[in-house]
Design a protein around this ligand. Structure first.
Ligand SMILES: CC(C)(COP(=O)(O)OP(=O)(O)OC[C@H]1O[C@@H](n2cnc3c(N)ncnc32)[C@H](O)[C@@H]1OP(=O)(O)O)[C@@H](O)C(=O)NCCC(=O)NCCS
Length: 177
């Protein structure tokens, strides 16, 4: 039997970001800076750094299997119509990239949380919530109402993080609003 993926959605019209601002503030006070791929430059060297960060974080996703090669990553994740460097939030600590939250605007009319990841040594500091707040700003600026995501049922940290923000169960794709 296949995996029953956990589908979640967040209503951006109803989302109250002010409740979560303290996460962003605390991260900044601790010296973490937030930027985007667009701001640092969507160039070859930064694409390679994004790949390395994504691959490292993805190793902890249950059932993820083998990660893309760099060329596959470029083809599947970067050189695609929905990739937008403004939608890739980065957390930078001491000059190093320690977290990412990549969001796309789908042709179906909603935003999709492609990947949120924080390096193991930086987890539990509120970094993912802080990055998701900025990802939500990006999705809102695109004018969409829903932010969707999909997780392996064994990924308790990711599911917990999204539910903490107010994500609720989503319908299967055929019945999507
Ligand atoms: C999921 C992940 C991004 C969370 O990052 P993080 O920066 O450690 O999360 P935060 O510190 O921002 O925690 C935010 C909330 O998530 C929830 N959470 C975090 N870790 C959790 C855990 N291990 N179990 C259950 N809930 C958890 C909590 O509700 C927490 O809020 P709180 O601190 O107020 O209790 C991180 O564990 C990770 O990179 N995992 C590997 C990659 C992955 O699975 N990504 C998701 C698939 S796209």
């Amino acid at each position: 039997m296949g995996v029953e993926w956990v589908r979640l959605k967040l209503d951006l019209d109803a989302f109250d970001g002010a409740r979560f601002e303290p996460y962003l503030r605390r991260c900044r006070q601790a010296g973490v800076e937030f930027t985007t791929m667009a701001a640092v430059g969507d160039a070859a060297r930064n694409r390679r750094a994004l790949y390395d960060l994504n691959r490292t974080c993805s190793a902890d996703i249950p059932g993820r299997g083998e990660f893309y090669t760099f060329d596959e990553y470029l083809a599947q994740r970067i050189e695609t119509p929905t990739y937008d460097p403004r939608g890739v939030v980065l957390a930078v600590d001491g000059g190093s990239w320690v977290g990412m939250a990549a969001t796309s605007i789908r042709p179906e009319g909603h935003a999709f949380s492609e990947m949120t990841g924080v390096l193991a040594g930086h987890r539990g500091r509120g970094l993912s919530l802080a990055m998701k707040l900025l990802a939500i700003d990006y999705a809102r600026s695109a004018g969409v109402r829903w932010l969707r995501t999909l997780h392996h049922p064994g990924n308790a940290p990711a599911i917990g993080m999204n539910r903490r923000l107010g994500f609720v169960d989503d319908a299967p794709p055929t019945a999507m609003a």
